[in-house]
Structure formats: structure tokens, C-alpha cells
Design a binder for this molecule. Sequence first.
Ligand code: O2Y
Ligand code: MN
Length: 613
Amino acid sequence: MIKQLNAAPDHAKLVAWVNEWAELCEPEAIYWCDGTNTEYYGLCDEMVKSGLAVRLNSKLRPDCVLFKSDPSDVARVEARTYIASEKKEDAGPTNNWIDPVELKKEMRALYKGCMHGRTMYVIPYSMGPVGSNIAKIGVEITDSAYVVINMHVMTRVGNAVLDVLGKDGEFVPCIHSVGKPLENGASDNGIWPCAPMDKKYIAQFPETREIWSFGSGYGGNAILGKKCLALRIATVQARDEGWMAEHMLILKLTNPEGKVKYVTGAFPSACGKTNLAMLIPTLPGWKVETIGDDIAWMKFGKDGRLYAINPENGFFGVAPGTSMHSNKNAMLSCAKETIFTNCALRENGDIWWEGIEVPLEPGEKLIDWKGNVWEQGQVDADGNKVKAAHPNARFSARAKNCPAIASNWEDPNGVPIDAFLFGGRRPSTLPLVYQSMSWEHGVFIGSTVGSEVTAAALDVKAGTVRRDPFAMLPFCGYNMGDYFQHWLDIGKVEGAKLPKIFCVNWFRKTADGRWLWPGFGENSRVLKWIFERCDGEGKAVETPIGFMPTTDAIDRSGIENEVTDADIAELLTFDKEGWKNELAMIKEHYKKFDRLPKALADQLAQLEERLAK
Ligand code: O2Y
Ligand code: MN
């Protein structure tokens, strides 16, 4: 008999679905999450007691816990992430496709009895402010209390969501198990439970809008509201319902006169997306406030503008490299009530990671993310530096604790978007900023986003660009060519007052490898030009790639010595030869897509013509 730890809600379909999974997974007990602090801290206490978590020093880091994962379970696993659409071509050439019927058969066998000795938690959650007409409801079943507390931070959980669901409301069913049954009264003994790599599956079923995840307890593999629902499943819903689900930050930009613009931005990983969302402007009088750092859902309002909500409730931020210098607001967001994963533990009971810019005591010994004693400068048997924190170590911090969070970040109607930014790490060719010539040209820019990869790291030719269109390659739940078409269709909606589209590149270097642009808070100078362009102002010249600022259009007051006249000229040069090479690379990139819209092929041809002039 499965213990019922509390009462099930009055929603027949939901209860039947939970019971069906309970029958298969055979948990010891079922618990319906209510979303309260009592529940959250109770689960934290349980995990601290059982050795799965460490409570941090409450004076230094109040109400914070630290987890260390299994070394095999430290990131999203793209190779085990599937789009299980009925037809392979609907997943497209850039997704891992798998037959849904076969997969369900295989996964059902894995789920059989997988929750022995564990509690099955049922988490009703809302992506977006509860009750917003842009928000969506999901219900995640999981056997991981770590997932429950992360869902508390990253989504809105509990009774308020059940109230919106009522007796028959729609929800996206999400099933998750760590895939480690506890037989005959065994316990985890403080060891992060997960299954071996070949048993891990993160599966999205776009036609039936289901998510099935097995074997991993980490991040986007297990916290199913985030990448699985808010992107992979939501992209499909957005396509069918005429809205947009994007891998974009949302920021609120206020000028010295108090005028506001809302800007979203899509960047591949390691481009400082969270830093931009929480930027502290160096330009006097300008203000940036955060609406979201990772995902934007946008719907047309009656006025024809796109209104965006952040479907999330927190930040699942990369810890290494985050410091009071690189992102003060992120550091303050995780000053309390935060879940840390795979960070190092200091003797004083605080966390530490590479790049935190907090000096350690001389000779101080830490516990590294693997649980070993660690000292600064430590090297392994091959002479490589041992890292105290895993490079993908994370903080799960509440958005409400971010000092830069905008007062209207939870507006259920969303915020009207003025500009879309696309960008990548491009040491050459791409200027600091330029504006698209049209919506279609902007979609072309989005479809070519990418970052240059370091030749040494990947054994590739220097200058190779890894393309990540719209920063959506791992997150689009259907054929990427159809997704491009959806963007083009959005541009044709009658009466639409669309955001302007810009490409930014904070990562330009000189030929001898010097950064040309200081980045961080100085990026506010580029945001200022974007703000002006949205108002039909801001000096620009038309070039074959789009509208580029004149060299005096970027406000360099106070940084003229750091970014010289020569530097800004280089940052804003149209590099014809570089672009001819870029064109050839884009042609190669476009060959990957089986359903490339004609409008994008036309954009490519038009660029080629302009470059030939
Ligand atoms: O490794 C993970 O599971 C996290 S990945 C992630 C987390 C927060 C925001 N974005 C991402 C991403 O991969 O885009
Ligand atoms: Mn992301």
C-alpha cells in the first residue's frame, strides 16, 4: 500500500494521472506539494539530516544549503535529450529524434518500481505569474526532494496553482525519477542518487505535450519547468497558438529623463546573459532593471505590441566567474535563501568558487565539489590545476532577492518589448552593434547567431564559429526550419508593432588579441544607442550588413582613454573581407536545415549581392 501523506486535490484527471504513475513507479508514499515555506525548509532539514546537503553558516549565508552531485550528473545532457515526435522530420535535423511509441515502452520499463523506498512528490507549478493569461501550468511528479526545493525557487509552486487549475484545468504532465530505487530499507547515505548515463532520458513529446525524464537529478534534466516546459514544449505551443517562447533575458532600461524601454536578448552560453540582465550602467542617470535572465514568453497585446513575461521565479545561475565585479546583483541575489550545487565549502561554512574574487585565508582548506579536501594551487597527477567548484556549479536564487529586480517583473500582462538583441562571442568581423534593415533581415541575423570556439578546446580550425540560431538549438521542440518560419510569420501578423532587432558583440579583439571593448557596465553605452534607435534617433550609417552607429554615436564620455578613437573606429568598421568569409560560413550553416524558409535563403542572397557591390 502506498501511503498518502496528504489529501489529493479535487481534479479527477490530475489525480488519475498521478495514481497511474504511482502504480508504475511504486513509491513508498505520495505527497502533494503545497508550496509553503514550511514545506521548503522541512525538506531542506531532511536532506541536511540525511547527509545529501550541508547547511551553510547562517550568519554568512542565511537559509542556504549546499549540495554536491554525482560527478557523472553535473549538467544538461544533450546527447540523452530527445524530441519524440511522431515523424522524425518534425523534430528536424538538429534535434535527437526518437520514436515516441518505442521510447515510451523502453522508459516504462525503467520507471517500473523506480521509486521503491522513496516519496513521490507531486508539484503543481505555474510558469509565469499565477493566473497570468501568458502563464502555463505544469505538474511535475518527482522522487527527488532536491528537485522539489529547486522548483520552489525557479517556479511558482503549490496551492495557488491548484486553485487556478480548479477541477478540470489544463496542465502539462511532467514525470521525473532519479532512477535509483532504494530496496529493503536502504538509504542514499548522503550520496546523490542518479542512474548511469545510458539509462538517462530527457524526453519531450511535442504532440501530446508531455515530459518524461529519467536518471538525472541535475538542473535542466530534472527541474522540468525550465528548459523542458518553458522552452521545448512551449515552443510547440507558441507555434500553434501564435506567440513566442524564447531563450531570452528581459531587461528594463530607463534613461535619465525617466523614459522606459524593454529589451530582450538571446545569446549562446558563456556570453554573459545573466550579467547583461543585471547590468549596473556606468553611464550616469541610466538604469537597468531585471525582468528575467533566461526565458521570455511573448504574446501580442491589443495594441499590436509584443508583451513579455519571465516564466521563471528565480535564477539558476552559473557560479564560477560570478563575483561582485562581474555581477554584483547576482552575488547579492544569492546572499540568502539559496540552493548551491557543486560549489566548494569553506572552513567558515560559506561557499567558494573559482572567480568569486573572495580571497581565502593563507593555507585554508576547502571541501571541493567532489567532497575532497582542497587547497589553492593544488594540481592533479598530470599537473593540471584541480578546481574547487565544478565549472557548471550553480546557485538557485530567488528573483525577488535580486536588488535589480524591476518592481513590475511579475506584471501578469507582461511588459511591451521595444528591442530584440542577438549576440555571440565574435573576436573578429562582427561590429560592436548594428541594427537590422527589416524584420526579415533581423530573423536572418537571429538564425546565424554563434560564438567562435577556441581551436585548442575542440580541435577545430581557428576562427570556427559554432552556430546556435536564436540560442535555441538545444531548446526548440520542433524542426528548426519551421521555427525560423514561425519568426517570419510573427513579422506578418496584421497590425503588429514589432520590436527593432539588433546584433551586439561585446567580444571584439584586436589582431594581437587585446579586448577592444570593456564590456560589463560599459555595455550601457550600447544600450543607450539602441534606446535612441527605438525612438528613431541615434546616428547611424547604412552598410551592407545593416545600420551601424557612426563612431561618435556611441557615448564614450569618461572612457575615451580606455576605448580610444582608433578602438571605436575598429569596433564600428564594416569589414568587407571578413563578411565575405562570414557569408561562406553562413552558407555552410544553412545547409544543415531541411526546411529553411525561402525568405532566409533570399536574405542570404541579398547579403551576397550587397557585399559584391
Ligand atoms: O546544466 C544545466 O542543467 C543548466 S543549463 C542552464 C541553466 C540556466 C540557464 N540556462 C541554461 C542553459 O543551458 O541555457
Ligand atoms: Mn539558458
